[in-house]
Design a protein around this ligand. Structure first.
Ligand SMILES: [Zn+2]
Ligand SMILES: [Zn+2]
Length: 389
């Protein structure tokens, strides 16, 4: 058993490093998806490819139970040039696995292998390998391709590695666990002109700067202090140049919150403030406000189930409730809009570089913990002896 496990971890580490060496951007995960499908078939899992672009769904049935649990991993990499000299560094210039999706894919393959070989559950497991998480588009693409109708399931679970948290540690919480991400672009249009004669045009830079400052009042003055939200202006671009006042300014940024109502309020106040500033500066304004990611809201029962399975798999002392939601965003949230489930965090080590950093690397030591957690979760939720724990 121990040597079996050691052999499994060694094999999974090789797979993870191979995925790392061959990163693929969202909706281009052709090699990754092909390897995932081949390996799942090799374990005896029924496989459907091309779900929502490059997505792969594996189905594994045991016994007669009619409950179905879905486990999800993401497969895409980022357009970030990798730094560092590790032997399995990215072979594709400008693209790297800087978010650990190589590790997520590997851990789910490991769980599929163990569950296919040893079973010990009664019902159906769906293994969902999704494309394009970083774009916030992959989950929607799979849902739009009939995921829920073609491969129905009762609950869904996923994990993300967390730099800074020791390896072998597990965290999650009921309710909001990751934030919404909204993007905005505000375009002010006036009339540019000579820097020496501002009165003869309708320049927009002062209006844009006023707007940047006024936007800061949305979170501090308009949103209830009981809510959590953040709004950041990240770019201010104009068509001005030395000695020419701009006639066009673009103010871009990002807002995050954990409640769809708060996101609506931010948009409403942004439109009102932008309109008022445009009026007082005699220019016109267009506000584009888009919701890239919805908040990730864990179902309380699913979060309890996840914490319970993690306590068995990782040990009581290594599993804690996450105190505060994470202000990052995840398109796993799109699945949770339809089916109850839980998204959880697994330690990537205290010395891990942050996610999306060019020096980041998924920690192979975390693989056994992710595999054991998924396997235990399936056995618990599809318990042959009756109802889920
Ligand atoms: Zn990411
Ligand atoms: Zn990620």
């Amino acid at each position: 058993m121990t040597s079996d496990r050691a052999a499994l971890w060694a094999e999974l580490r090789e797979w993870r490093r191979d995925f790392h060496r061959h990163p693929e951007f969202g909706f281009e995960e052709n090699r990754t998806a092909r390897l995932v499908a081949e390996r799942l078939r090799g374990f005896g899992v029924q496989v459907t490819e091309g779900v929502g672009g490059t997505g792969v769904v594996g189905t594994l049935r045991r016994g007669r139970g009619n409950r179905c649990i879905a486990l999800r991993a993401d497969m895409d990499a980022l357009r970030i040039p990798e730094q560092g000299e590790r032997p399995y560094r990215s072979a594709k210039p400008g693209v790297m696995h800087a978010c650990g999706h190589d590790g997520h894919t590997t851990m789910l393959l490991g769980a599929a292998k163990v569950l296919a070989e040893r079973g010990e559950f009664d019902g159906t497991v769906r293994f969902i390998f999704q494309p394009a998480e970083e774009w916030g588009k992959g989950a929607l693409a799979m849902l739009g391709d009939g995921l829920l109708e073609r491969f129905p399931f009762d609950e869904i679970h996923g994990i993300h590695n967390l730099p800074g948290l020791p390896v072998g540690e597990f965290r999650t919480r009921a309710g909001a666990v990751m934030s919404a991400e909204d993007n905005f672009e505000i375009v002010l249009r006036g009339i540019g002109g000579h820097a020496s004669r501002p009165q003869s045009g309708r320049e927009v830079l002062v209006a844009a700067c006023t707007l940047v400052v006024e936007l800061q009042t949305i979170i501090s003055r308009r949103i209830s202090p009981a809510q959590t939200a953040v709004l950041s202006v990240t770019e201010l671009l104009t068509d001005g140049t030395r000695n020419a006042l701009p006639g066009l300014a673009r103010v871009l940024g990002d807002a995050r919150s954990f409640n769809p109502k708060v996101s609506e309020e931010i948009e409403m106040w942004m439109r009102r403030i932008a309109g008022g500033i445009a009026l007082s500066h005699d220019c016109t304004v267009d506000v584009t406000y888009t919701r890239e990611f919805v908040p990730t809201i864990n179902d309380p029962a699913a979060a309890d189930a996840a914490l319970g399975a993690a306590r068995v798999a990782l040990g009581e002392d290594h599993v804690k409730m996450l105190e505060n939601p994470n202000t990052g965003s995840e398109d796993f949230a799109r699945f949770l809009e339809h089916v109850p489930g839980c998204f959880a965090f697994l330690g990537n080590g205290e010395t891990s570089m942050p996610l999306h950093n060019p020096g980041y690397d998924f920690n192979d030591e975390a693989i056994p913990f992710g595999v054991d957690y998924f396997v235990q979760l399936v056995r618990q939720q599809l318990s042959p002896s009756g109802s889920p724990a």
